[in-house]
Write a protein that binds this ligand. Structure first.
Ligand code: NDP
Length: 460
């Protein structure tokens, strides 16, 4: 990644060497945790000009401290399936950084979950939460439990067992989990019920993403997808472009993807493709979102079933090919590292104008470098998908004030937050010599606020 700074070259080299040395230590201390290392590397590479300008961060050991979680909790989750068999999964919660507020970040239930995935997500969350302008620190958690194919009762028993342990470590002023892959309103409901029973108190602010009838916020379900589209819309406007009449390809068909599709369609775009972990559908005349919602949100079916209802659409097994489809705007909204160098080259050869990351770290570093070098508008995850956690923070605010805002009020606040994040990223990218590079802008804007708070609070 190119970072240009008009200061003494020797000084820059000294700081680069320092950063490389610190990253080497991260690699050694977190051996084998490739996703975590990838997330740290991307951030460290952006920080050279900040450290050159603010040597206090070096003196105060901010890099060493920010990559070390304040706490990593790893626990056993035993539960009983419908046949009476005892099953054991692994539970995790990383309480990464509380410099600017209580730990905040989702819970992911997916078989791929391990310490590296949770730590990469938690690390990203520190800077993302800082970017939102809300007083929330960084955390993340989850389990290698696979909700696919489980009955409702099995899901409930698992969530109760998971929360029995997690409840010892969270609270409205300490750590506030939410949903992520595999954790939606149903799972949050079961976990909230168990937490309430164990605590013997109604602490609504302990979890976000709750149902509307027991403390949830209107607009939270839509927030990440809508926020992503609001952010990309700002990037497009900066170049005199818009969603209107543009073709969009969106990976995934979960929470983020569905509401990104909804908002993009509302803004006049034609969404032609989406996917799940088995394959993707291509509907050249435009995807029917009601069908996708019915299949994925209501019936929990595979996206392949879409073509039985819309025979003019096609289904392709495997996910990577989705990026070979012609589009103006690409929104990766499924999972980490789903868009690599090859996919980036395909998108570029088809003339993609903008890429906005709805998922966390969906693009590899090589893909990001290609987009930036080729002048494609690129919205990095920690800025572009921050709408979800922003509305989670609004849910916490409503819970603590014991009131509820209308959907319109929440949406207006979300739009303002996303515009503000965009402005902050642009400002930091310009201030630190990489104008228009929102990866650098997001990393720096998120980092500075947390680093300053850490300096103020002493070595803790
Ligand atoms: P969901 O579980 O609702 O949906 C995930 C979607 O991605 C599903 O369509 C799923 O397919 C697909 N998917 C999952 N794993 C893979 C894989 N290995 N390869 C290809 N496709 C896969 O999750 P969300 O929509 O909530 O989350 C999606 C991404 O957005 C994640 O990276 C998450 O961390 C990030 N995010 C989510 C936020 C939120 O508010 N929910 C906030 C910020 C970021 P299938 O149906 O087959 O499982």
């Amino acid at each position: 990644m190119k970072v240009i700074e008009k200061v003494d070259e020797t000084q820059i080299q000294i700081v680069k060497d320092y950063v490389n040395h610190k990253f080497k230590i991260v690699e050694e201390r977190n051996a084998g945790e490739l996703e975590f290392q990838q997330a740290v590397k991307e951030v460290f590479d952006s920080l050279v000009p900040v450290l050159v300008k603010n040597p206090v961060y070096i003196k105060q050991g901010i890099l060493e401290r920010i990559v070390e979680p304040e706490r990593l909790i790893h626990f056993r989750v035993p539960w009983v399936d419908d046949e009476g068999n005892v099953k054991v999964n692994r539970g995790f919660r990383v309480q990464f950084n509380s410099a600017i507020g209580p730990y905040k970040g989702g819970l992911r239930f997916h078989p791929s979950v391990n310490a590296s995935i949770i730590k990469f997500l938690g690390f990203e969350q520190i800077l993302k939460n800082s970017l939102t302008g809300q007083p929330i620190g960084g955390g993340k958690g989850g389990s290698d439990f696979d909700p696919k194919g489980k009955s409702d009762l099995e899901i409930m028993r698992f969530c109760q067992s998971f929360m029995t342990e997690l409840s010892k470590h969270i609270g409205p002023d300490t750590d506030v989990p939410a949903g992520d892959i595999g954790v939606g309103a149903r799972e949050i409901g079961y976990m909230f019920g168990q937490y309430k029973k164990l605590r013997g108190a109604y602490e609504a602010g302990v979890l976000t993403g709750k149902g509307i009838n027991y403390g949830g916020s209107l607009g939270r379900t839509e927030a990440t997808g809508y926020g992503l589209v609001y952010f990309v819309d700002e990037m497009l406007k900066g170049k005199g472009l818009s969603f209107n009449n543009n073709t969009v390809v969106i990976s995934g068909s979960g929470n983020v993807s569905i509401y990104a599709m909804q908002k993009a369609i509302q803004l006049g775009a034609k969404v032609v493709a989406c996917s799940d972990s088995s394959g993707y559908i291509y509907h050249k005349s435009g995807i029917n979102l009601d069908t996708v919602k019915q299949l994925k949100e209501v019936e929990s079916k595979r996206i392949s079933e879409y073509v039985a209802i819309h025979p003019d659409a096609i289904y392709v097994e495997g996910c990577a090919g989705i990026w070979s489809l012609p589009c103006d705007i690409a929104l990766p909204c499924a999972t980490q590292n789903e868009l690599d160098k090859e996919a980036a080259n395909l998108l570029l050869s088809n003339g993609v104008k903008a890429v906005g990351e709805g998922a966390n770290m969906p693009s590899t570093q090589e893909a990001i470098d290609l987009f930036i070098d080729q002048g494609v508008l690129f919205g990095p995850a920690k800025a572009a998908n921050a709408g979800g956690v922003s509305v989670s923070a609004l849910e916490m605010a409503q819970n603590s004030a014991r009131l509820a805002w209308t959907a319109q009020e929440v949406d207006t606040k979300l739009q303002e937050i996303m515009k503000n994040i965009y402005r902050e990223c642009v400002k930091s990218s310009e201030e630190y010599g990489a104008p228009g590079n929102l990866v650098v802008g997001a990393n720096i804007a998120g980092f500075v606020k947390v680093a300053d708070a850490m300096v103020s609070q002493g070595v803790v």
